[in-house]
Design a protein around this ligand. Structure first.
Ligand code: FE2
Length: 451
């Protein structure tokens, strides 16, 4: 709790205090537990909730974890009423999640208890009958259950997001609309499973939870594994990027921006999700081969000899050699290998032309040149976006694929480009800078004959 801003501390005290008063009242005041029904059902639901809550799945959105426990909490609303649902929710405090701070445990338990109780009351208010439903009762409980779930979901999100916002010292990053939609859909999906657990309880009792939730739980686990794998891929790529960018102060952030611009073009031309991921990686790694080019060549002031220029021209091949063993890169290999080919066939390393150039490479070529032009370099300042776009138009049909240039311009109209912040001069002798950028179409590298 130390280090939290005071509004976050005050909020924590209010939420935890409210839940403590609520559960205390249920446990201490005689008669309050009468609506809970059989304690065996309460115990099974609490255990089920606890198991599920102990294994949350991180969504692709930072800081947000959802778990199957949500279904158990909503099933409790029907089976053991508002008081029972509050007790079930409170068990989140003792979930088996090593390293989870006590404050977070208390908050989780408190907010689940409040949500469970409030939804239970709404369920009853709309005519829902508490207890194990008869087979014929199923239809009657659907309406009140839907209202209860419709309250549980937003209340849970509001309570959690308020905490996240108040606890963040920096301006909280807004959850993207797609992330929020994923989050809400996920929650409403769990609500449906809660209804199934409650409905089946009459026929197969607690086995209904296993029947309904086990496949769901396994699916969520597999999904979580997939996301964990994606995160480790991203970390691997980011580490390689970092290695490339430490070679040159002025190209810091270039890989990430090329990746972003490539993704914008790829979305515009309608690439599917798998290819979008691959092109994101290709954009990040397009210049990884610079690791294989002597720094003194990259940094050389003045014209390059033919040998030195040949070393620069080798970087796409070197890049391919470096990442060849990373099998998840798939089509990204072609993007790395051919990102300096030109539409007119005068590029390198193979001199491919037009449609012979792989699509990934044609996309990256545009993104790469654009970011180079709109970023500061040691020998010139960043060009405005309009100037860079005019250069792309000028090179369309000779250096660049006109279709990719047009797609990028359309994407820029929809989603304005955020140029990198102005680069302050690098600290003396501590950082390396290149004299000329091989990606800059406005300032070609000069080459002199002989070595
Ligand atoms: Fe390059």
């Amino acid at each position: 709790m130390r280090g939290l801003p005071w509004p976050a501390k005050a909020y924590l005290v209010v939420v935890i205090g409210a839940a403590a008063a609520l559960v205390g009242n249920i446990v201490v005041v005689p008669g309050q537990l009468a609506g809970v029904g059989e304690y065996g059902t309460l115990l099974v639901l609490a255990l089920l909730f606890l198991v599920c809550e102990s294994m949350p799945t991180l969504l692709n959105v930072e800081q947000f974890a959802v778990s199957v426990s949500f279904s158990a909490a909503l099933a409790a609303v029907v089976l053991v009423g508002p008081e029972g649902a509050a007790i079930v929710g409170l068990t989140a405090v003792v979930s088996v999640r090593p390293g989870l701070p006590l404050v977070k445990r208390l908050f989780n338990g408190a907010q689940f208890a409040i949500c469970g109780y409030a939804s239970g009351k709404v369920y009853e208010f709309f005519g829902g009958v508490t207890g194990v439903p008869e087979v014929n009762d199923f239809e009657a409980l659907v309406g009140p259950y839907a209202v209860a779930a419709a309250l549980f979901v937003p209340l849970n999100i509001v309570l959690t997001l308020t905490m996240v916002r108040l606890a963040s010292t920096e301006r909280a990053e807004r959850m993207p609309a797609r992330g929020m939609a994923q989050f809400l859909l996920s929650y409403f999906g769990y609500a449906t499973f809660g209804l199934l657990v409650a409905g089946l309880w009459a026929t197969v009792a607690s086995i209904s939870a296993v029947l309904v939730l086990l496949p769901l739980f396994i699916a969520r686990w597999a999904f979580g594994q997939y996301h964990a794998q994606q995160r480790s891929y991203d970390a691997t790529i980011a580490a390689l990027c970092q290695a490339v960018e430490t070679k040159d102060y002025y190209t810091r952030g270039h890989c990430t921006r090329v990746s972003l611009a490539s993704t914008m073009i790829a979305q515009e031309i309608g690439m599917g999700a798998e290819r979008l991921r691959a092109i994101r990686y290709a954009g990040m790694l397009h210049d990884v081969g610079k690791l294989g080019v002597p720094t003194k060549v990259l940094q050389k002031d003045g014209p390059l000899t033919e040998e030195e220029f040949a070393a620069i021209q080798l970087h796409p091949m070197r890049g391919l050699e470096i990442v060849r063993g990373i099998d998840f890169l798939d089509e990204a290999f072609a993007g790395i290998m051919h990102h300096h080919e030109r539409h007119d066939g005068r590029g390198y390393p193979m001199g491919l032309a037009g449609d012979e150039i792989p699509e990934f490479a044609r996309v990256i070529a545009v993104a790469d040149a654009f970011d180079s032009m709109t970023s500061d370099r040691s020998y010139r300042g960043a060009r405005p976006v309009e100037v860079a776009v005019a250069e792309l138009h000028k090179g369309a049909g000779s250096q660049f694929d006109p279709e990719m240039v047009a797609a990028f311009v359309r994407a820029l109209e929809r989603e304005p480009w955020q140029p990198p912040r102005k680069a302050s001069p690098p600290p003396c002798d501590e950082t390396e800078t290149t004299t000329k950028d091989h990606d800059d179409p406005t300032m070609p590298i000069e080459v002199v004959g002989g070595s």
